[in-house]
Design a protein around this ligand. Structure first.
Ligand code: ATP
Ligand code: MG
Length: 256
């Protein structure tokens, strides 16, 4: 379980996250939605400490870290939280000079110090899970965006993170390729992978998420079961956002 309590994040004088508290239970999928600049990416980056919160507490499993202005958490505390998270980015960020297989093996060999043959068989398993078994030896530049993103998801899963954090995983993809990625995320969700996904893509969010959090100007305007937040929003602001985005998007088929 992940618990954020009273998280604030400032960049200089700009308050970007303003007293956000939320709980993510084991095996659940949380969608962070809301207008551009609302703080979705920053909040995700606070969970794995790519950004250090200005104040508040983050609990990830049995590791809890409290932040306060001017106090930098120790490297050990940061590593303890980071090691429990995997991150997937909008622009994939694969290592260009490594094959799909090597990209997935990298963390197992360098971080966990697994022998290469064991790392390779785990990486093959993960690439099979994301439907990329036929491309293990391909270079990232020769893969489509959807294929690169699926390799990136396999790489993020390699270290068996407690939570997979995805920042706009489908935004760089045209609809057909986005569908491939949605299928993979949906399968991971049904297998009980805990995920937090920042997305503009309501089709992805409504297909995959159990819980939705609507963020605007760094504040949680509304949160609750995804079908309620998307289907019957309580707040006028959420209602307007959902109808403006929903109208512009089609569906990913089943589940919408
Ligand atoms: N490193 C930074 N330094 C200063 N300001 C930042 C930094 N990172 C983000 N911001 C600001 O924080 C606010 C929230 O940005 P963030 O990227 O978290 O929003 P978002 O909800 O992910 O937006 P989008 O939907 O466009 O991805 C914005 O006003 C942004 O300009
Ligand atoms: Mg963002």
């Amino acid at each position: 379980m992940i618990e954020l309590s009273h998280i604030f994040k400032n960049f200089g004088d700009l308050q970007v996250i303003d007293d956000v508290s939320l709980k993510v239970s084991e095996g659940s999928v949380t969608a962070l939605v809301g207008p551009s600049g609302g703080g979705k990416s920053t909040l995700l980056r606070c969970i794995n400490l790519l950004e250090i919160p200005t104040s508040g507490t983050i609990r990830l499993g049995d590791a809890a870290t409290e932040f306060s202005p001017g106090k930098k958490p120790g490297w050990d505390a940061i590593q303890k939280i980071r090691r429990q998270t995997g991150m997937v980015f909008q622009n994939f960020q694969l290592f260009p000079h490594r094959t799909a297989l090597e990209n997935v093996m990298e963390g197992l060999v360098t971080v966990l110090k697994w022998p290469r043959d064991k790392a390779e068989s785990r990486a093959r398993e993960l690439l099979t899970k994301v439907g990329m078994a036929h491309k293990v030896d391909a270079w990232p530049a020769t893969l489509s965006g959807g294929q690169q993103q699926r390799v990136a998801i396999a790489r993020a899963l390699a270290l068996s993170p407690r939570v997979l954090l995805c920042d706009e995983p489908t935004s760089a993809l045209d609809p057909e390729l986005a569908t491939e990625v949605v299928e993979v995320l949906s399968k991971l969700a049904s297998e009980g992978t805990t995920m937090v996904i920042a997305t503009h893509d309501l089709r992805l969010a409504s297909r995959v998420a159990d819980h939705a959090v609507f963020l605007e100007a760094g504040k949680v305007v509304e949160q609750g079961p995804a079908d309620r937040v998307f289907g019957a929003p309580q707040h006028d602001r959420t209602r307007r956002f959902v109808s403006s985005i929903g109208a512009a998007q089609g569906g990913y088929g089943e589940g919408i």
